[in-house]
Ligand binder design. Sequence first.
Ligand code: SF4
Ligand code: ZN
Length: 359
Amino acid sequence: MTVQCKYCEKRAQLKRPKTGHAVCKSCFCSIFEEEVHQVITEYGLFRKGDVVGIGASGGKDSTVLAYVLNELNKRHSYGLKLHLVSVDEGITGYRDDSLQSVKRNESEYAIPLTVVSYKELYGWTMDEIVKEIGRRNNCTFCGVFRRQALDRAALKLHVNKLVTGHNADDIAETVIMNTLRGDIARLQRCTNIVTGSESLEEGDLVPRCKPFKFVYEKEIVLYAYHKKLDYFSTECIYSPNAYRGYARSYIKDLERVHPHAIIDIIQSGDHMTARVDAKMPTRIECTRCHYISSQILCKACILLDGLNSGKPRLSLTKASRPLAVSKEVCSKKDKVSKGKECSGSCGCAEIQGNDINYF
Ligand code: SF4
Ligand code: ZN
């Protein structure tokens, strides 16, 4: 029996993963784009004249994001200047290949591309880091370095907003992970569609938006397939993220029996945001690289110290140790003080040179 598309006279070709509606290919693609447009306008993600950096990894999410944003920008005259920003972590056999697909997107979509590399910014590639620390904590180094790398690229390019391809499944997984860890501070902000101005670890220098907050991963794959988009689909060779893997399987199991579960989890995260009142750490500047930080040295500088001194594991512990939220920032703005100024009698006098001192 032929099933008709819910929105037109044509024969339905697929069942929408998010709603279960029977739709034809062209209606699916139009609805997909329209829903992203609705989110962009409803949440006021952009203003005319914004220079928007698209975090482009060459994977399906960021490739679809670049394509759709480019289309919507033209169709609805957003007035955005788009720029692809890629981070080359230095992972042979993975990032070098995925960057090739970003380069093809650059010419296909006519959006300029800038690539920043860990080697050039930090003096280390991920291949070198993994040789040093093994395969257990590599993603901690990679995550901290990538966050800063994107911000640094954005500042260089005068980008005033960064968009990332995080989708609804990613956000629901993060809600589950933060719940299981009891990480209230992160739980409080992980469902935010815009981060950056108020949270230390969510890209402080340039606001970040997630226009795919409500977009299902399965629909991104379907859209990319029907639009014949060119993306790279292999996983990172150093991806050991077992914990996220469990959260992912859990979400997929729930989705199978109740497709709306993904949105429900995100909404639960949003509601928790309204109820919890976790204190955020004090924002100061890293005394070495001047990146925003909650400690005397930012996480990237602490991790780099560990790598450069041959003690990378020790630096992992230091980087995860939070500074007491009750400390005040010294009015000279370069140290953390118990008093108004870093007079020498307060705890910050213990900070000499670039040594890290935890109060
Ligand atoms: Fe980096 Fe880990 Fe992602 Fe690989 S899986 S790109 S090492 S964060
Ligand atoms: Zn730093």
